[in-house]
Design a protein around this ligand. Structure first.
Ligand SMILES: Nc1ncnc2c1ncn2[C@@H]1O[C@H](COP(=O)(O)OP(=O)(O)O)[C@@H](O)[C@H]1O
Ligand SMILES: N[C@@H](CCC(=O)OP(=O)(O)O)C(=O)O
Length: 370
């Protein structure tokens, strides 16, 4: 693509573009998106498609109920996924492959590597991977929950160079343009901080999930991995024509000058904490330099159930999120130690235990109250 030095991109397409009226899939917008995918491939750019829209596409089989129950929503997704894959396939003269994922597939390192290998094998053979969340099997604890974050996780796992989020709006505005007439569009974002999150409102359409909030989260995940991230209006063919010309048709988020290391990125942006360890005020920060000194002496409280090797959140007594890290001990053992710290035998045991986490497996967080 002119001016863009991309080898591999992830293109995320929102529900409103697949099934705009919830009357099954429509080719209205897919046609120019498919053309863009073809042009990229012709230019030697590998494309991974993250396509929403299974629920919106399947809704008409169930009488378009306004507020479907969870089982009906999952049934809509199961039926709509077929329709959605078939709708895309009509435009391509090369094969596509369906990949359905849940958060568990990113949390478990073996499954994560397996997803990566499959994506690379498909790309090597010229097959277009089409990814969606596996809505049928997800539970609240297991799901990613929105395809903006899912697309960023896929982009990081697939070592892509750019993430392009195609939405029903031109880009990020300083406030929700559907509720504020004076909203102004932001063309470039160099740093994603709280002021950027403060601009985001929820979804406007009946089919969208997450609105701008999840798109900014996705941009943060992707840019910290070194990917340029775009939010563009997928309704407009001109958005894709501009991208091909090397221009920015929407909002572009600049990649970090120094992307995070792979393991640190995974711990910060992908892995979810299975439990929390609350530590006392006396501990000297910063944690990254002193994590080896973080022993069971510091524990105020252990929350949730986790095993050694699970990701945990370390937070201070006053609510600050200090770090995410791999636990060296289970919650059961840490609870036992912190409950018995006055007894001599236990004190000896306490001295024999090593640090709660080690400095190789820790991601220090921006220390804000959450
Ligand atoms: N600051 C903002 N800038 C742009 N859009 C915003 C903003 N805040 C909220 N939105 C809403 O986010 C919507 C896009 O998100 P969503 O409905 O989830 O779309 P998609 O299906 O493409 O993921 C927009 O239509 C708009 O109503
Ligand atoms: N997995 C869901 C998509 C959820 C989602 O994030 O939708 P959207 O906000 O339209 O990208 C589906 O296929 O219906």
């Amino acid at each position: 693509m002119k001016n863009h030095k991309w080898n591999r991109i992830v293109l995320k397409v929102g529900s409103a573009l697949i099934a705009p009226e919830r009357k099954g899939c429509s080719s209205r917008y897919l046609l120019h998106i498919a053309k863009f995918i073809l042009q990229c491939r012709d230019m030697g750019i590998e494309v991974i498609l993250v396509s929403s829209g299974s629920v919106a596409a399947g809704a008409h089989f169930f009488g378009n109920i306004e507020k479907p129950s969870l089982p009906i929503k999952k049934a809509m997704a199961a039926a709509g996924q077929n329709e959605m894959m078939a709708a895309w396939d009509r435009f391509f003269d090369f094969p596509s492959a369906q990949i359905l994922l849940t958060h568990g597939d990113f949390q478990d390192r073996e499954r994560y590597d397996s997803v990566r290998e499959t994506i690379f094998a498909l790309l090597e053979h010229g097959i277009l991977p089409v990814v969606n969340e596996n809505d049928v099997v997800t539970t609240d604890a297991l799901k990613v929950g929105d395809n903006d974050n899912l697309s960023a996780m896929v982009a990081a796992a697939a070592d892509a160079d750019a993430l392009i989020i195609c939405s029903d709006i031109d880009g990020l505005y300083n406030k929700n343009p559907h509720t504020h007439d004076d909203a102004v569009m932001i063309k470039n974002v160099n740093t994603i901080d709280q002021s950027i999150y403060d601009m985001a409102g929820g979804a406007h359409s009946s089919v969208g999930t997450g609105g701008m909030q999840t798109k900014i989260e996705a941009a943060e995940k992707a840019t910290s991995h070194g990917l340029t991230t775009y939010i563009i209006n997928g309704f407009k063919e001109s958005s894709f024509e501009q991208l091909i010309l090397g221009n920015n048709p929407g909002t572009v988020f600049a990649p970090y000058a120094k992307p995070m290391e792979e393991d640190l990125h995974w711990m910060t942006h992908t892995s979810r904490a299975q439990g929390e360890v609350v530590i006392g005020d006396g501990f000297e920060y910063p944690l990254d330099e002193n994590s080896d000194q973080l022993t069971s002496n510091e524990i105020v409280e252990v929350l949730g159930e986790f095993s050694a090797g699970d990701t945990i959140l370390i937070r201070s007594d006053d609510g600050k999120h200090l770090a995410k890290a791999e636990a060296n001990y289970s919650s059961c053992l840490l609870n036992f130690i912190s409950d018995h710290d006055n007894n001599d035998d236990d004190n000896e045991f306490l001295h024999q235990t090593g640090p709660l986490v080690s400095d190789k497996n820790i991601a220090v967080l921006d220390q804000e109250d959450k």
